[in-house]
Design a binder for this molecule. Sequence first.
Ligand code: RFL
Ligand code: PHB
Length: 397
Amino acid sequence: MAQAVLRTQVGIVGAGPAGLLLSHLLAREGVASVVVESRSRRHVEERIRAGVLEQQTVDLLDEAGIGARLRREGLVHHGIKLRFSGRTARIDFAALTPGRAVTVYGQHEVVKDLIAARLAAGGTIVFDAEATSVHGFDGDAPTITFSDGTQTRRIECDFIAGCDGFHGISRPSIDAGVLRIYERTYPFAWLGILAQAPPSSEELIYALHDDGFALLSMRSPQITRLYLQCAPDEDLGKWSDARIWDALHTRLEDTSGPRLNEGAILQKSVTPMRSFVAEPMRQGRLFLAGDAAHIVPPTGAKGMNLAVADIRLLACALVHWYASNDASALENYSDACLRRVWKAQRFSWWMTSLLHRFDADSAFDRRRQLAELDYIAGSRAAQTALAENYVGLPLDA
Ligand code: RFL
Ligand code: PHB
């Protein structure tokens, strides 16, 4: 087969939020990149995932010139609700943090905005192109080999950004012995649905119930996003629409609040829960960012925000290298990211532990969880700790 060679400054594997944002930020500073993505444009633009953007994620997208639709269509939330034992506690971000908020705007909408901006600026994103190997990153001439279905092609570049998510090829390409892995899996998963129904609450509701966790979120004033704790190997076939709605009513409603609005279920999926960190996030000229380096359970809504924070540092460090041939920021990249990653890991693990049913027989753990929720409901200090982590710790935290 013929082998065509593309030459660029930064070769990027993966067109998720991390890879696309990196390409966009680099282009604004005059640094060229090529993105290769194994899936189709349509697939990445329709993949339903994260929904909650921290304030500084929104600010970064705004500063980078891609915040117009997000500002128009995103739903700004000044608090969340915790539901337990028939009670509801509200965490008031506006009162507990210096005027911070989160914005509900689907990850796939961010991805659409980034793809549109890159293509309008003449950027190169090769869709339906699976990277099969990354090479040469211990020297100064790294390459990415990919297949576009008809031919094998090679990208020659100065740096490789591994933005190919948890199942990508970048992290496994790092030499054995370089990476240290820290991991925790959880004995449950989330069954998620997207429903054609107006959200029954203006704010997200995180619920702890004897049957397990549930979450009410949304994508727009017409579309509700809902999750239920389920078994890690849950068979979706056993969850009829009626069974899903029954479980959601039971776990999310209290006697005083409005009934959950039902509607056509547009999408159903099961998401496993995992905490994972690979250290360091770099070998030579290969840099890992986002889910390629770390995974958090979705309870704290941190995954995409962490990917954006990594990319902010990586883009600055690469731009600095091209401007001044100074590698100090690149040398510091992994340590700087990991300080914040571990704080988000702690918070995501804590929210997960607080709100899920771990062991059906452990009456002690259930009492402990309810006592902690009762403490949070009554303590401004506890609410502040939750609020400042949820809206997002400062980038240099
Ligand atoms: P992505 O989005 O997984 O993108 C990686 C891309 O790389 C491509 N790829 C390859 N391309 C070429 N060659 C190869 N060999 C390749 N291998 C893989 C893939 O096709 C893909 O397009 O990683 P990225 O960019 O690091 O972004 C991370 C986020 O997607 C992730 O952290 C969030 O979705 C996590 N997450 C949440 N994060 C939040 O900040 N707030 C939330 O509210 C939130 N909720 C969630 C979530 C994740 C969830 N799921 C489905 C895991 C809710 C759920 C249910
Ligand atoms: C979502 O809207 O998909 C969502 C919201 C909050 C989370 C996780 C996911 O903690």
